[in-house]
Design a protein around this ligand. Structure first.
Ligand code: AMP
Ligand code: ZN
Length: 119
């Protein structure tokens, strides 16, 4: 499991590794996935290093709520069609069994016209 000093998503949130930024505020950062599965595919991450949803506790409820509430706004801005015909998919891979490769909590937001590469 990545220590924050070696964490690629901590570095992206800090601007130390370049990314295609979608959104930034005091607590959250959003950027396009480097290997998109769908025409729209970006990730929302907390700037704070939380390894995964397995470490999320009541103290993170507001932060996680802000991530969820930000997703629909950014999805529309990034070109997802409107609900109900349009919409998007939110994925939070957690742990090896959940398909998590980067151990800094991240919310995938995917959408756009099908077919998609995956999902
Ligand atoms: P997961 O399998 O849920 O841990 O997803 C990690 C995601 O991070 C994958 O979809 C990768 O394509 C993406 N990713 C890894 N490195 C970068 C990077 N430097 N910039 C943008 N996306 C990345
Ligand atoms: Zn991190």
């Amino acid at each position: 499991m990545s220590h924050p000093e070696h964490c690629i998503f901590c570095k992206i949130a800090a601007g130390a590794i370049p990314s295609r930024k979608v959104h930034e505020d005091d607590e959250l950062f959003a950027f396009h996935d480097i290997h998109p599965w769908a025409p729209v595919h970006f990730m929302i991450i907390p700037k704070m290093h939380i390894p995964s949803m397995a470490q999320a506790g009541p103290e993170h409820a507001a932060l996680l709520g802000r991530m969820l509430v930000l997703a629909p706004r950014l999805a529309l801005e990034q070109g997802c069609a409107a609900y109900p015909e349009g919409g998007f998919r939110i994925v939070l891979n957690t742990g090896a069994a959940g398909g998590q490769e980067v151990h800094h909590l991240h919310m995938h937001v995917m959408g756009g016209p099908r077919p998609w590469l995956k999902g």
